[in-house]
Design a protein around this ligand. Structure first.
Ligand SMILES: [Zn+2]
Length: 416
């Protein structure tokens, strides 16, 4: 098992051009005394949409690390993989996010459920878990119900893990299990039972991504009851610490928050909970960088701004198709979207203000932001025309990518 560091930041980079600018943000955080390492993550779905392949993520990460003399660890995450698509990632990734959300709710075999409940008599009755708001009280029937719902997902994770381990033939890697892309949040009680099952399968999981309460819409802030999130997050931390001790799971096991970018209003509660518990964190904030690329183009003005407007227009035209794969994590009010003709009239400042995630700014438009968040396919279709423009506007793009990651993400989460 390759050990993960206490704090790690999942930075996705849709077009593979920003690894250096992202790493600059991590360097700034390190200069402030925070030990945080980058993880470049990209999913199979993103590779398909963009037409890239996993080798490119490794190449971009290695190049950035070399050119900036980064001497700390860094990782390359095969994000949201499954048995069908993991093979292409094997030579290039040292971090695997095993996605078993689709198996949740599919009933496990009766005998497996019974065996699980028989094996875990320690879960029956009142459990006093340090740090938990209320003691957990489980009847045998509760455990059975939860096991029926999650056991198959864990069995599937085990199958994928073993497949990766064989394919890596001895090379060490980090294992994450993700269950975030599903309809219903998992409760701390469910997390405990999931972790017990993970331990039964001897999976050296170091990050786990449950689905949290509230909405995690793409590119915009958290929507939901912050107090409820706060409680759930703290309870999850308590359950994880307890499971590490009780089941011998890796001591480095920590939560992975798949943020869908920019969940600013929960950063404070997360930071406080980490400080109080001493827990680590993995945070994925991938799509935010692609939006900064667009902001950088718009800020450069001229041809860069024109291309950013063209991408908006294209995204508007193909909105239904672009939003379909993300329907559960997007909430666009079409009435709030300016027309392509409106946007054509915008100045550089107007475009930047509409897109930049500054909730205090009157011109900030979360609907435009969500649409463009899922609109990277439009830029991908432009091919070299898009990439050459990003290169031509490198100064403004890199500045925005670095500042965004440092000022709006790393700093509020880990520094102040
Ligand atoms: Zn995710």
């Amino acid at each position: 098992m390759l050990m993960i560091e206490k704090y790690s930041f999942g930075v996705g980079d849709r077009f593979g051009r920003q690894a250096g600018a992202q790493l600059q943000a991590l360097i700034r955080a390190v200069q402030q005394g925070v030990d945080v390492v980058p993880v470049w993550n990209k999913s199979h779905r993103e590779h398909i949409t963009i037409g890239s392949d996993p080798s490119s993520v490794r190449a971009a990460a290695d190049a950035a690390v070399r050119s900036l003399d980064w001497e700390r660890p860094y990782h390359v995450d095969a994000d949201h993989i499954n048995l069908e698509n993991v093979d292409a990632f094997i030579p290039y990734s040292d971090f695997y996010t095993i996605d078993v959300a689709n198996a949740i709710g599919e009933a496990a075999a009766d005998e497996d459920v019974k065996a699980f409940v028989d094996r875990h008599s320690e879960l029956v009755g009142e459990l006093d878990i340090p740090g938990l708001a209320l003691p957990l009280i489980n009847e045998r029937g509760d455990i059975e119900l939860i096991a029926r719902k999650f056991l198959l997902a864990v069995q599937q994770a085990a199958k994928i893990y073993r497949h990766i381990a064989v394919a890596k033939s001895g090379a060490e890697f980090i294992t994450e299990i993700s269950m975030d892309e599903t309809d219903r949040p998992q409760t701390p009680r469910e997390l405990l039972i999931i972790l017990a099952a993970i331990a039964d399968h001897e999976l050296p999981v170091q990050t786990i991504a449950p689905k949290f309460t509230g909405r995690f819409n793409k590119g915009v802030d958290y929507e939901g009851e912050i107090e409820q999130f706060d409680q759930e997050f703290r309870d999850d931390l308590a359950v994880i610490a307890f499971s590490i001790r009780l089941y011998g799971l890796p001591a480095t096991l920590k939560l992975s928050v798949h943020s869908g970018s920019d969940k600013f209003s929960i950063y404070g509660p997360i930071r406080n909970a980490l400080a109080e518990s001493g827990a680590g964190l993995h945070l994925k904030t991938a799509g935010t960088t692609w939006l900064e690329e667009l902001i950088g183009l718009a800020e450069a003005g001229g041809d860069g701004l024109a291309l950013a407007k063209e991408i908006y227009d294209g995204a508007l035209e193909q909105m239904d198709a672009l939003c379909a794969p993300y329907s559960s994590v997007i909430a666009i009010d079409r009435e709030q979207l300016p027309t392509g003709a409106d946007v054509l009239q915008w100045s550089s400042d107007q475009f930047v203000a509409a897109l930049r995630h500054d909730p205090r700014c009157d011109f900030y438009n979360p609907h435009v932001r969500q649409l463009l968040h899922v609109g990277y396919k439009v830029a991908a279709k432009m091919g070299d025309r898009y990439l050459e423009m990003v290169d031509a506007c490198e100064d403004s793009v890199a500045r925005n990518v670095t500042d965004n990651l440092y000022e709006r993400h790393l700093k509020p989460l880990l520094i102040d």
